[in-house]
Design a protein around this ligand. Structure first.
Ligand code: ZN
Ligand code: ZN
Length: 374
């Protein structure tokens, strides 16, 4: 290869926005992964305080978390160097390189699998890091490649929605404790061994479908109450106040609503007593679908959009067109809305714009937290 060919190779790739983005994409990746690696090392150092017992047992192994940490550090460092070399803005690459070096300094390459003690409270920093990295890596490229509306990754109010994402994941243990307390102490009397026996006699795939149907039924019912009962609407209006829908927008849910809805959905499944495999499969589905239905992707799905809830379906639920005000409550199965008489989906179209048509909701996490109590 002669010199002229080399120059043209680098200059061509240097100007492909999706690959290098003038070094900005590498910079963002470096800063994000570097900060996640730094937080990840803290999880290894203080697991009782910063990680979730349920997830350590069921979601990931020590080896997986450690390998992910190492990979994150290496990628953050390499992307940081690349960005530093070709991007005019050095802040991102310097952040990424510094954070990954700090992670190494804190002992990222010498972490060991120690028994985890007990702490008076624990935060789901592990859950935040895993959910954030995987959501970001899956949904940002998808939204760039298949955008329905033109929208920057750092669109207006992204900081507010990021705060919701961080807080909801850090507080996972409190949500789990609340749901368990309602299950055991408030509704424990409703548990029936006969019902559990019948449920568990079904094949796992049938249990899974039953889980999805029952969960979505209770979700849609509570969702409808949030829309129709004025004092409940003030909590839910926060979720509808997003004017730009993307994968991150779905995180904007008032903490009271998040705790109550999760409990209303999960406790019936606990009471019926479905097998752990069916329950876990449902939890994975709801985690992915709740993010996906808010995503800014233009996929139409044809007849499938009458079978499962798609982004277009849920985007109509967020429309600021009063004709769609109280429709499309389901998050998994349109069938639930068809049964409740709240199904409404135009053939191909997408809503023009999103938001609330009631009193305006204030902006910012804390203002929105206090809003329903005023
Ligand atoms: Zn709603
Ligand atoms: Zn939504």
């Amino acid at each position: 290869m002669d010199n002229s060919q080399q120059t043209s190779f680098f200059s061509r790739h240097g100007h492909l926005p999706f690959i290098w983005g003038e070094g900005r994409i590498a910079g963002y990746l470096s800063a994000t992964l570097g900060i996640c690696a730094f937080l990840g090392v803290l999880c290894f150092k203080y697991p009782a305080w910063l990680t979730t017992a349920e997830f350590r047992e069921a979601l990931y192994s020590f080896e997986f978390a450690r390998n992910l940490l190492w990979l994150g550090i290496v990628v953050a460092f390499i992307c940081g160097i690349v960005s530093f070399a070709i991007c005019e803005q050095k802040k991102l690459s310097v952040t990424g390189i510094a954070a990954s070096l700090l992670a190494v300094g804190l002992g990222a390459f010498t972490v060991t699998d120690q028994p985890v003690g007990v702490a008076p409270v624990s935060f789901g920093l592990d859950w935040f890091i895993l959910a954030f990295i995987f959501s970001m890596l899956i949904f940002i490229p998808l939204e760039k490649a298949f955008a329905q509306k033109e929208l920057n990754i750092l669109r207006p109010e992204w900081r507010t929605d990021m705060t919701y994402f961080v807080v909801a994941h850090l507080l996972i243990q409190f949500f789990l404790l609340f749901t368990n307390a309602v299950h055991v102490y408030v509704l424990g009397w409703a548990q029936s061994e006969t019902v559990t026996e019948i449920a568990r006699s079904m094949p796992v795939w049938a249990q899974f479908i039953a889980c999805v149907f029952i969960a979505d039924f209770f979700q849609a019912l509570t969702h409808r109450w949030y829309h129709e009962i004025p004092w409940l609407w003030k909590f839910h209006a926060v979720h509808h106040s997003s004017e730009h829908l993307d994968w991150l927008a779905g995180s904007r849910t008032h903490l009271v609503e998040a705790a109550l809805t999760r409990t209303a959905v999960i406790v019936p499944l606990y009471l019926i007593g479905f097998s752990e495999v069916a329950l876990n499969a449902y939890v994975v589905l709801v985690g992915v679908q709740a993010v996906f239905v808010h995503a800014n992707v233009n996929w139409r799905f044809g007849w499938l959009s009458y079978v499962i809830v798609t982004p277009r379906y849920h985007h109509w639920h967020h429309s600021d067109d009063p004709a769609y005000a109280n429709t499309n409550y389901a998050v998994h199965l349109p069938l639930i809305d068809m049964l409740m008489g709240t199904f409404k989906l135009p053939k191909e179209a997408w809503p023009e714009s999103y938001g609330v048509f009631s009193a305006p909701v204030p902006k910012g996490f804390w203002q929105q937290f206090l809003y329903p109590f005023k």
